[in-house]
Design a protein. Structure first.
Length: 682
């Protein structure tokens, strides 16, 4: 229902209410008129036989009432309704006035006619009453007719209004019905449209669902394919990872360097395939680092380990291997940090503790190194390598008893370890216990098969035997070491074995063979200082030495070590043989500054003698004789110096001392000089 309809409805409602109120008012008005008529009739029925005092009293009351009515002015524009009481008052007023007038006349006249007058008045009153009753009846009838007409009019009006109202209501209802129908139709259309829309949406939704289902089905299939592929790749990746880890483990456990290299190369190949297949992992980079490290590509190995650590910062093995590479690159400070990090991540990582100890050693922090090795032993109480390192540190610090204790503990862990026997042999050699040294070296050789370690053990044993003075046994093991030198990969170690064999040959008087071996040493290591010195000494003892070659050897040695006592001494001898006494003196003097050995002093005194520096030569020989009263060579040379100085008696005395105490020492020379001296004296 719109606003106009609501407004019309309210106006109609007001009109109906007003009509009803008007009808009620008219009915009430008519009822009042009827009541007033009845009151007049009752008033006229009073008799005139009332007493004077009553009339007077009534008059007084009437006058008072009139006075009150005069005092009370009606409100302006107010409607005055005629009621039964008003009509009665008017009648009474007229009656009273008339009676008063008659009463006054009656008083003036005679009381006699009062009776008649009273009767006449009564008759007239009756007539008036009848006339009034008739009038009232007529008026009543007229009023009733009028009221009936008005009521009829009102009824007609009411009916008309009711009809209008009914028509308006009907119109309203029809309008409302029409509006409702329109609304219903509109809603119906809306519902139809909504239904159609819903059907369309449902159809589209079902179509979309079907398409979505198809897409999801396709997606599910793709997901299944993808998952299957991922599973396959994961399985392949896991298989590759397992294979790679297995290869790394096998490489770690093998002692065959070539086989280890092959396994690490294969592991690296698998790692590269994994990375190419987008299966990058820290394990793959770790495998690549192991392979690079095996091939001594340490920078590449470090780069791969950095990648592995970025992907997994909680794996102590990565820091451990990084520390090992940094250790090999002699970057000990960073190596230390990485070993410590590995130990922090794994409190029981005894290998990292061990390598941390080795790093401390390189940093000359021996006390920290000892602590690290002891911590490794606390974790693994049968850790042989840690005991060995503790023994080596103590041996280096000359704490030989502690070193021996740790070597023995290592030997208890592994009684068959020839390395421990070798190191104990070296320890006993350092302490001068050559018998035990020889014993342990022999046990080490017994426990080792032919190979590099066995060859080096034989070499060490030969040096101990030489030190013990057992030349034959020393030569035996030196020859064995020389014969097996092919097992030794390090060229410097090979040169040392050959040199040792040459030295023992020389000690055995087999100088020709020794000379060959010294030359073999120089072929392997042209900078072998001792080989040059010893070879030059052998060559200078030959009947016709090649002094130029000797000088070449010695000057080369001198270039490498100008402070060497042996090089300077041999150079002095070479120049002496070449009769270059001036240079002989120079190098002998340098040798004498490095050593107070009597042999050096003798050589220097002889050089002074040959160079004509008699005073310096004499001074040295006199010193040598004071040190050794049986130094017959110094006595002879001193006699010769005295002779040249003209000190005949002193010269003869020196020579006779030799002749009387060592008659065979340089006999021909001594006798000749004595003959010269005795002839001079005669």
């Amino acid at each position: 229902m719109n606003d106009n309809e609501i407004k019309n409805y309210k106006n109609n409602k007001k009109k109906i209410i007003f009509s009803v109120l008007s009808v009620i008012f008219i009915i009430l008005f008519l009822l009042c008129i009827i009541k007033c008529g009845n009151s007049q009739k009752d008033s006229n029925s009073f008799e005139n036989g009332h007493h004077y005092y009553i009339e007077k009293r009534f008059k007084s009351q009437k006058n008072q009432l009139n006075k009150n009515q005069k005092d009370e002015k009606p409100a302006a524009n107010s409607n005055t309704f005629i009621t039964d009481e008003n009509v009665k008052n008017e009648i009474l007023e007229e009656s009273v006035e008339s009676e008063n007038e008659n009463e006054i006349l009656e008083i003036e006249k005679q009381k006699k006619v009062a009776q008649e007058r009273e009767l006449e008045e009564k008759e007239r009153e009756k007539e008036r009453e009848l006339a009034e009753q008739k009038r009232l009846a007529d008026e009543k009838k007229l009023a009733e007719q009028k009221m009936a007409e008005e009521q009829k009019i009102q009824e007609e009006k009411k009916q008309k209004e009711a009809e209008q109202k009914r028509l308006a209501e009907q119109k309203r209802l029809e309008k409302e019905k029409k509006l409702a129908e329109e609304k219903r139709l509109k809603e119906e259309r809306k519902k139809q449209e909504e239904k159609k829309r819903i059907e369309q949406e449902r159809s589209e939704l079902e179509k979309k669902k079907a398409e979505q289902k198809k897409i999801e089905e396709e997606k599910r299939k793709q997901e299944e394919i993808k998952k299957a592929e991922e599973k396959r790749l994961a399985e392949e990746n896991q298989k590759s990872l397992d294979t790679m880890n297995s290869l790394l483990e096998e490489a770690e456990n093998t002692q065959d360097s070539e086989l280890k290299k092959q396994k690490l190369a294969k592991a690296a190949e698998i790692a590269n395939q994994m990375i190419e297949n987008q299966n990058d992992s820290d394990a793959a980079h770790y495998a690549l680092s192991k392979n690079a490290s095996q091939n001594k590509k340490y920078d590449d190995a470090l780069a791969e380990l950095e990648k592995a650590i970025r992907m997994n910062r909680e794996n102590p093995l990565y820091y451990y291997d990084k520390g090992k590479i940094l250790y090999l690159k002699r970057n000990y400070e960073e190596a230390q940090w990485n070993f410590e990090k590995a130990c922090e991540l794994d409190k029981n990582f005894y290998q990292s503790k061990y390598n941390l100890g080795l790093t401390y050693e390189r940093l000359n922090q021996n006390e920290d190194a000892k602590k690290a090795f002891l911590q490794a032993i606390d974790i693994k109480n049968d850790y042989e390598k840690a005991f060995l390192e503790l023994a080596r540190i103590n041996a280096k610090e000359k704490c030989f008893s502690e070193a021996e204790k740790y070597f023995k503990e290592a030997l208890e862990i592994n009684p068959g370890n020839p390395k421990v026997f070798e190191e104990l042999g070296s320890l006993y050699y350092q302490t001068g216990n050559n018998e035990k040294s020889e014993e342990y070296f022999k046990m080490a050789i017994e426990k080792r098969p032919k190979g590099e370690e066995s060859t080096l053990a034989k070499y060490n044993l030969s040096t101990v035997l030489l030190e013990n003075g057992d030349i034959d046994q020393a030569l035996k093991y030196a020859w064995k070491a020389y014969d097996e030198k092919g097992f030794v990969k390090n060229k410097n170690n090979q040169a040392n074995i050959i040199y040792n064999y040459a030295l023992i040959l020389e000690k055995n008087g087999k100088t020709e063979t020794a000379k060959e071996k010294y030359q073999e040493v120089l072929q392997i290591n042209p900078n072998a200082q001792k080989a040059k010195i010893n070879l030059s000494a052998i060559l200078m003892k030959e009947n016709q030495p090649d002094l130029d070659y000797v000088l070449e050897l010695l000057l080369s040695a001198y270039k490498n070590d100008s402070d060497s006592y042996e090089v300077n001494n041999n150079l002095g001898t070479c120049y002496l043989l070449k009769k270059d006494y001036k240079n002989a003196v120079i190098y002998y003097e340098k040798a004498a500054k490095k050593s107070s050995d009597d042999e050096i002093l003798k050589n220097l005194a002889n050089a002074y003698l040959e160079n004509g520096e008699l005073e310096k030569s004499c001074e040295i020989y006199e010193k040598l004789i004071l040190q050794d009263s049986q130094d017959w060579n110094s006595f002879v040379n001193l006699g010769k110096i005295y002779l040249q100085q003209g000190r005949v008696e002193e010269s003869l005395k020196a020579l006779l001392t030799v002749k009387n105490n060592a008659p065979e020492f340089r006999k021909q020379e001594v006798d000749s000089l004595i003959d010269v001296l005795t002839g001079v004296s005669e």
